[in-house]
Design a protein around this ligand. Structure first.
Ligand code: AMP
Length: 214
């Protein structure tokens, strides 16, 4: 199983594809967004600082994110998915150093090509279980919970993300276009880039992802 990076606009389905890879192949899912969201509620000054940036849709400082990432990468065994890191060329260079130090490597970078209208709709409908992190969507037939607003597995109330509103989404999408999209050329030049273009249902996308990782 290959170690991979997902690159995609916000709410394009990186988390959902990661969840499927975890369940089917036992991948370690490393989402810097999840690591930051876990940190934002610890009551510390750093937690509050992160919370504000997240809800405004702004990038968190490189040193904070990279520290969380390195700690996580050092603690896992087996294949891993990077979801949400790197988000800039600078972070891609830092990642090379971190991986080298840990004797790890990336074997494929998967780009999920989703247009901004589709991504915005997914963001505005997204709901997450606070207990198991499973992702639902109130506007998508195959991602709705069985009972409105309740996790199918944990029976607890689902929550929306503070940054899944129109205003923050637009900032996140612009940041993606300006800072993250240039990574496609970067990874293309390293012969690692795989583009998945027709992203429709999660299962159809997953069939394409499977072809890349095995
Ligand atoms: P995500 O869950 O990947 O959509 O990330 C949610 C938010 O966490 C982003 O909008 C940023 O505010 C922050 N974040 C996640 N990953 C990074 C990163 N690699 N660099 C800077 N900020 C990040």
């Amino acid at each position: 199983m290959k170690n991979i990076i997902f690159i995609a606009p916000p709410a394009a389905g990186k988390g959902t594809q990661s969840e499927l890879l975890v369940n089917e192949y036992g991948y370690n899912h490393i989402s810097t967004g999840d690591l930051l969201r876990a940190k934002q509620n610890d009551g510390s000054d750093l937690g509050n600082y992160i919370k504000n940036l997240l809800s405004e849709g702004k990038l968190v400082d490189d040193d904070i994110v990279t520290t969380l990432l390195s700690e996580k990468l050092s603690s896992i065994n087996g294949p891993f998915i990077l979801d949400g890191y790197p988000r800039t060329i600078n972070q891609a260079n830092t990642l090379n150093d971190v991986l080298k130090e840990l004797n790890l490597s990336i074997e494929a970078v998967i780009y999920l090509n989703v247009d901004s209208d589709t991504a915005m709709k997914r963001a505005l409908g997204r709901l997450t279980c606070p207990k198991c992190n499973k992702i639902y969507n109130k506007y998508s037939h195959d991602k709705m919970p069985m009972n409105e607003n309740i996790c199918d597995d944990c029976n607890v109330e689902l929550m929306g993300r503070s940054d899944d509103n129109e205003e923050s989404f637009k900032i996140r999408f612009d940041t993606y276009l300006n800072n993250t999209k240039p990574l496609l050329d970067y990874y293309k030049s390293h012969n690692l880039l795989v583009i998945i273009d027709k992203v429709s249902t999660p299962n159809e996308t997953f069939e394409e992802v499977k072809k890349v990782i095995i």
